[in-house]
Design a protein around this ligand. Structure first.
Ligand SMILES: [Zn+2]
Length: 219
């Protein structure tokens, strides 16, 4: 089970590169081990080309290394805090993707002005507090912002993006979509003020996308 998750999380790091969300070694994906108080995460400072399933490390929910030869990502404490406090979350992604981080640098939430945003995020993408690495402050900021919020993505002020999901793949998808809408809304802003979408329409779009869209599992 853990080996399969290591392969999946290793493979998902290649998606961060493919979608141009990361530079050098910044950015990481983690996944909760089903039924265990453990998660797997990228090792610290290893380039994406050198990542192998065996190099992905296993940590407990306090962020301590349980299995692996390398030190875990420097963002491990933030991932661990999310898993401790949000039991429904099984995947966490962190990036400094360009357009989303540009919104984070201004401390400005991305307004819901695209139907794709209403579908995926159910409203604006919120901003979390400024927090330094080294303790639980980043994790606390992520959880305080996303708990009870529809958005699976938070822009941590002056920093970058954290996304959550029911699986590591879902969290990666949220990171890709967050950068996509951050870019489009930024470009829209260059030529004027983007038009808001009425809350009732946001609610209808979100409900349809979350509950009806896509391939129904029973078909
Ligand atoms: Zn970071």
């Amino acid at each position: 089970m853990i080996d399969e998750l290591r392969r999946e999380v290793c493979r998902l790091h290649a998606e961060l590169v493919r979608y141009n969300l990361v530079a050098w070694t910044a950015g990481n994906v983690s996944g909760r081990v089903p039924g265990e108080d453990l998660f797997v995460i990228k090792p610290s400072g290893v380039s994406y080309d050198d990542l192998t399933p065996e190099s992905i490390v296993v940590c407990d929910l306090d962020g301590n290394l349980v299995e692996g030869d390398l030190a875990p990502s420097s963002d491990t404490a933030a991932h661990a805090y999310v898993y401790r406090h949000m039991p429904e979350v099984n995947g966490v992604v962190h990036t400094h993707s360009t357009y989303a981080s540009a919104w984070a640098a201004r401390g400005e939430a991305i307004p819901c002005v695209l139907t794709a945003m209403a579908d995926e995020f159910g409203g604006e993408i919120p901003v979390g507090p400024f927090a330094l690495i080294g303790n639980d402050d980043i994790g606390k900021g992520i959880v305080a912002t996303l708990n009870g919020h529809r958005s699976p993505a938070v822009l941590m002020q002056n920093h970058g993006v954290f996304t959550i999901g029911g699986s590591p793949k879902a969290a990666v998808k949220a990171a890709v979509m967050c950068e996509d809408v951050a870019r489009t809304v930024h470009i829209s802003r260059q030529l004027g003020e983007p038009l808001p979408i009425a809350q009732g329409d946001i609610d209808r779009l979100y409900d349809r996308y979350q509950n009806v869209y896509g391939q129904r599992s029973h078909l």
